[in-house]
Design a protein around this ligand. Structure first.
Ligand code: HEC
Ligand code: HEC
Length: 324
């Protein structure tokens, strides 16, 4: 599907790539035959919709605000430089950029990652615990209900329990032809990514506000996050990066970049026990596709007790549920 999208003039202008609105070709896969397509509403749709109770609108707006500026929970629930929208682009609506509404239409369901039935609150809590290197707002709290409300509203009109959803997640790529390579990834990174995310991968802030999020290190997602999986990261990169040019890298390049990005240190997996190798084995359902516990440049990745800015390892919510 080739189409044109308008890229934020501000972001591109910032790095000197353009000064006005820029139309760029977008190359994303077509929805496979029979897959469900849902067009999530925008904030303009919300304001225009007179059928929505003003109080509901107010809470949806608050959820939207938390989703796009999650940094307001910094030091309380968030201990890195991420916003939800750093990885769920287009305010959580965009296909192949981890649109969040499918969670509403498919949960509660069994989730392999924690081996029990999860509802939408617990799914959101997962991203707080791993991707935000933090701990979620309490279940049922104003912040959690506002986030849940925003997710539900994005799913307005969508079919429920329809599992073949077009553009869900980040889109999977075929297995790479060549073993992903750190060296090739390093070179590609310098050419395509460093301009925004920095040569050191630490991103960039303007007036204390995160403009380009870090890809590794203390202020990035931790070793338990979904983007640590090479296949997930490769899908994200292929279909979303470089910003404004989705689909421009080859599959092999996306795999090489994923390998390079995820061969750097980041805060400990909150499920850590004994050693990175032990933790890797215990959570192999996720870590099978990660570099965690593997040796890169002479060092075992994740063999440390660094939790980044977060003053604890394991959020309380990461407890097993038994329903007994
Ligand atoms: C560092 C990147 C990152 C950040 C930041 C992040 N997420 Fe996620 N999120 C992911 C990944 C990866 C997945 C899994 C996608 C997949 O299955 O391919 C995911 C999945 C989800 C899903 C499930 C979507 C589905 O299809 O079922 C929801 C809901 C969600 N995230 C909400 C949030 C919220 C709310 C925040 C902020 C508190 C957040 N995420 C922050 C990476 C991130
Ligand atoms: C023009 C600037 C720009 C370029 C070039 C760029 N990115 Fe990004 N990237 C962003 C922005 C901005 C976000 C956050 C999305 C948002 O807030 O809308 C982001 C988000 C990300 C994320 C998810 C959040 C995180 O910090 O982990 C990853 C991973 C990523 N980019 C990887 C890459 C890779 C790999 C390349 C090179 C192929 C690249 N980016 C090139 C601007 C850029």
């Amino acid at each position: 599907m080739k189409k044109l999208i308008t890229v934020s003039a501000f972001l591109l202008g910032f790095v000197g790539l353009a000064h006005a609105e820029t139309k760029v070709p977008v190359n994303l896969p077509d929805a496979p035959e029979g897959h469900y397509v849902h067009k999530a509403p925008t904030m303009e749709d919300l304001e225009a919709d007179e059928s929505i109770h003003p109080e509901l609108k107010r809470v949806i707006r608050r959820g939207y605000d938390l989703f796009t500026n999650t940094q307001q929970l910094r030091g309380k629930n968030v201990f890195n430089d991420m916003n939800c929208s750093s990885c769920h682009m287009g305010e959580g609506r965009m296909p192949f950029s981890g649109p969040v509404w499918p969670a509403v239409t498919t949960l509660p369901d069994y989730r392999g990652k924690n081996d029990h039935v999860n509802n939408i609150e617990e799914r959101i809590a997962g991203c707080f615990s791993f991707s935000m290197n933090g701990t979620p707002p309490e279940y049922g709290s104003d912040d959690m209900v506002a986030l849940v409300t925003y997710h539900h509203w994005l799913a307005t009109g969508a079919k429920i329990y329809d599992y073949d959803i077009a553009g869900r997640g980040y889109g999977s790529l075929p297995e790479p032809e060549k073993e992903p390579s750190y060296e090739r990834g390093e070179k590609l990174y310098a050419e395509n990514c460093a301009i925004c995310h920095g040569e050191d991968g630490q991103g960039r802030k303007v007036d204390g506000k995160v403009q380009f999020p870090p890809l590794w290190g203390d202020n990035s997602f931790n070793w338990g996050a979904g983007l640590v999986r090479l296949n997930t990261a490769a899908g994200f990169i292929k279909h979303n990066m470089p910003l404004g040019q989705p689909g421009s890298l080859s599959d092999q390049e996306a795999w090489d970049l994923a390998m390079f990005m995820n061969s750097h240190e980041r805060p400990q997996d909150p499920r850590f026990e004994k050693s990175a190798k032990h933790t890797r084995e215990k959570y192999l359902n996720v870590h099978k596709h990660t570099m965690y516990g593997k040796t890169v440049n002479g060092k075992v990745l994740g063999e440390h007790s660094n939790t980044g800015e977060k003053p604890f390892l394991k959020p309380d919510v990461l407890k097993p549920r038994t329903f007994e």
